[in-house]
Design a protein around this ligand. Sequence first.
Ligand code: MRU
Length: 369
Amino acid sequence: MKISGTHYRTIWLTAAGAVRVIDQSRLPFDFAVVDLDTLDDAAQAIRTMVVRGAPLIGATAAYGIALALRADASDAHLEYAARILQATRPTAINLAWALKRMCSALGGVAPKDRVDVAFREASAICDADVEQCRSIGIHGLEIIRGLANTAGGRVNILTHCNAGWLACVDWGTALSPIYMAHDAGIQVHVWVDETRPRNQGAALTAFELGAHGVPHTVIADNLGGHLMQRDQVDMVIVGSDRTTAAGDVCNKVGTYLKALAAHHNSVPFYAALPVSTIDWSLDRGRDIPIEERSPMELTHISGRTSSGSIETVRVVPEASPALNLAFDVTPGSLVTALITERGVCSASRAGLLSLYPERGAEWPIPLAR
Ligand code: MRU
């Protein structure tokens, strides 16, 4: 996508061989890039959320392997790097997916050739993500077009967290159909959940929608239900950090409450995700590991003061403990449909199998929901 007329991906290789990323911890006030030169740089960027969003976490981990091998291409170091990167964040399955793909691409390769193969594979992961997100956009566009035809032209879409191009390599998952609809001349307006505690909606989704000229309004996380009751939301589209083989959707905390409100108000609720977000090994959403982050993200809030400096202030009494679980799970039964790069399907095992029939062989034992 474009920032001030220049096309960017969220991660790319520089001519000097560094992995360059947009520093998302500085958005929306400062658009800056940072170079990752080592395994530690890559791991730290994921851990501290300089990069974040499930597909981008996977892409960064893939490059992290390549950077690690540049220092030491032995089997032992490959295993070590995969362990370090895997430990950075627990919920987004794209991380494990990318590490597995890198390790299997590198397994039979002689150490002297590994660096080249690793960079090529990481770059292929990025290119595939761009294509998948573009396809998600094309499939989702048809849903928005259908709503535009019935809703009299303007479509109000609510989204939670940031599942746009900043969360991926380009295009985004939940926002890709929105960009395509906007570019196709459909009048879309986006309700952007602020997404406390880290404010990915207020900071990142608002930033990228604004940069592309998509009309949007930032709302408090708890306003969505009220807007749905007043017929001011035509659809919800969210991304996902991990979707189980049975269609349960794990995404940024607060997604589940939006799905409940949408269900109660008969508002269609979609989750958009590429194949790398599907955890074929899990059936029940409750088995997904939920990341617990620092309580400080909850007890404090950062922003830009009128003098231009970024400051962090405390908003919770000193003595009050805080619990910061970063994700929740929306059962497939509350999801109208999944939008994937292969098309739209019900959020169920049968739905996913209809799009990914080749995965059927991996489920020899039928699991009850
Ligand atoms: O904690 P984050 O910012 O990495 O969480 C991101 C989300 O929850 C996104 O909605 C998700 O990764 C969707 S992927 C495009």
